[in-house]
Ligand binder design. Structure first.
Ligand code: URA
Ligand code: CA
Length: 439
């Protein structure tokens, strides 16, 4: 295959043939095409897009670039995937709740990327193993109903190569590249039910509602055509979802919720997503029925008990479920003030994510170590009024340098106004194979 000709075709806006796409994916998976040619084609795709046929072919080829699993988990294997957010730890809330309701959650999670946090990093912050061998992963699901692991090298290896290149060549925000990256991993992992959380707003991978909706529709269509039960919720990322940002802090918020000590938008979105997982599992028939089952598991403590089991099964310290306050400790704990009174009018959520990265909660380079202790707890949401003496947030920092850089970023990211401001939207739409339902 003449690779420069493939690049030229996409550069001029033409569609690639199935054979050309197969050559691209094979070249990415086996290393036979050099990074500079892959990167040039990625940029051509980012600029000139792909049609539905090309995107589907790309996804299926990427899924087949490694192992295709048919996991025996004693029930319908289901998985949830978010396009990435800040303070977005729905996984640690909904996985135990859904498993407590009888679902079989075979969850593949990622690490933090750019301004977004990753479940794998959060789990490692309390000592959990996230590189489960396939047989251990499946046995754990059969025994306790859920397991969460990082992506193995055998699964969709083409995505591993392409993702690393996209992250460093400004080609992440492309519908066909995001859709194929996410769906290839879900198809390869053998998930029969797939629930997608597609974020909308200033902290989302796609900046506009229209872009996020197109992405959700494309992923639902690809999964449905592959014979999987897929739904997507479009949810707000115009401010952090939970109040806690940073690895141990986010684990703490998930535990607080499962203990019944906290609620709010993180719980709302977790219940909506969880209800879709129960529907995909055949356990609930409507979102309302699903939420009712999940609420019952929350109220009687079965969700918390399941999280305890999962932490212990993956080698972590489950006693944090009884003493979540130990997860909110850092050398420096200090409130950040806006320096004026006013209504919280806007948050640049991506910038807040980068502030947590600056503190050490995320990586600037692939090899950076994460500091599990650091991050911040928000004390306001868009629409709230703050007096001059009310802090925007409390920062948990390792040292004065990172504290002062992050504090400046947080102040820049949050805009105050003198007149009242409407709250941000949290739930936008549900996309299924039947169509789009506004929420
Ligand atoms: N998550 C992924 O796995 N891939 C993307 O391209 C974006 C988010
Ligand atoms: Ca806004």
């Amino acid at each position: 295959m003449n690779f420069p000709a493939i690049i030229a075709q996409k550069k001029l806006g033409g569609a690639l043939s199935d054979e050309q796409i197969a050559a691209f994916v094979k070249g990415a998976a086996d290393g036979s095409v050099p990074d500079y040619q892959l990167a040039a084609l990625l940029m051509a795709i980012r600029l000139n897009d792909m049609d539905a046929r090309e995107t589907t072919t790309l996804t299926l080829e990427m899924a087949r670039s490694g192992d295709m699993l048919h996991p025996d988990v004693g029930g319908v294997p289901v998985d949830k995937h978010s396009t990435g957010g800040v303070g977005d730890t729905t996984t640690l809330v909904l996985v135990p709740l859904c498993a407590a309701c009888g679902a079989r959650i075979a969850k593949m999670s990622g690490r933090g990327l750019g301004h977004t946090g990753g479940t794998v990093d959060k789990m490692e912050s309390i000592g959990m193993k996230t590189d489960l061998a396939e047989e251990d992963f499946l046995r754990q699901i059969r025994e306790i109903g859920c397991a969460v692991t990082g992506q193995s090298a055998e699964l969709a290896p083409a995505d591993k190569t392409l993702y690393a290149l996209r992250d460093t060549t400004s080609t992440v925000d492309s519908l066909p590249l995001i859709a194929s990256s996410i769906m290839s991993k879900k198809l390869a992992s053998g998930a029969e039910g797939i629930v997608l959380d597609v974020k909308v707003g200033s902290g989302a991978i796609m900046p506009t509602y229209e872009g996020s909706l197109e992405l959700a529709k494309a992923m639902v269509e690809i999964g449905t055509r592959a014979g999987r039960h897929v739904s997507a919720l479009l949810t707000g990322m115009d401010e952090p979802l939970g109040s806690h940002v940073g690895n141990r802090l986010e684990v703490k918020e998930a535990i607080d919720i499962l203990r019944g000590d906290s609620a709010g938008p993180l719980l709302t979105v977790s219940l909506r997503l969880g209800a879709q997982l129960l529907i995909a599992s055949g356990i609930a028939h409507t979102p309302a029925e699903g939420e009712k089952l999940l609420r019952a598991a929350l109220d009687d403590g079965r969700g918390l008990a399941k999280l305890r089991q999962m932490i212990a099964a993956q080698g972590g310290d489950a006693s944090v479920c009884d003493h979540p306050e130990v997860l909110a400790q850092a050398p420096i704990v200090t409130p950040i003030f806006a320096g004026r009174a006013g209504y919280v009018a806007h948050m640049d959520t991506a910038r807040l994510g980068y502030a947590s990265q600056e503190l050490g909660a995320g990586r600037k380079q692939k090899t950076d170590a994460i500091d599990p202790r650091v991050g911040f707890i928000m004390h306001c949401r868009v629409g709230d009024h703050l007096t001059e003496n009310q802090p925007l947030c409390t920062v948990y920092a390792a040292n004065e340098e990172t504290l002062s850089r992050a504090a400046a970023m947080i102040r820049e990211a949050i805009t105050l106004a003198d007149t009242p401001v409407e709250k941000e939207k949290l739930l936008y739409a549900l996309v299924t194979s039947e169509g789009v339902e506004a929420l």
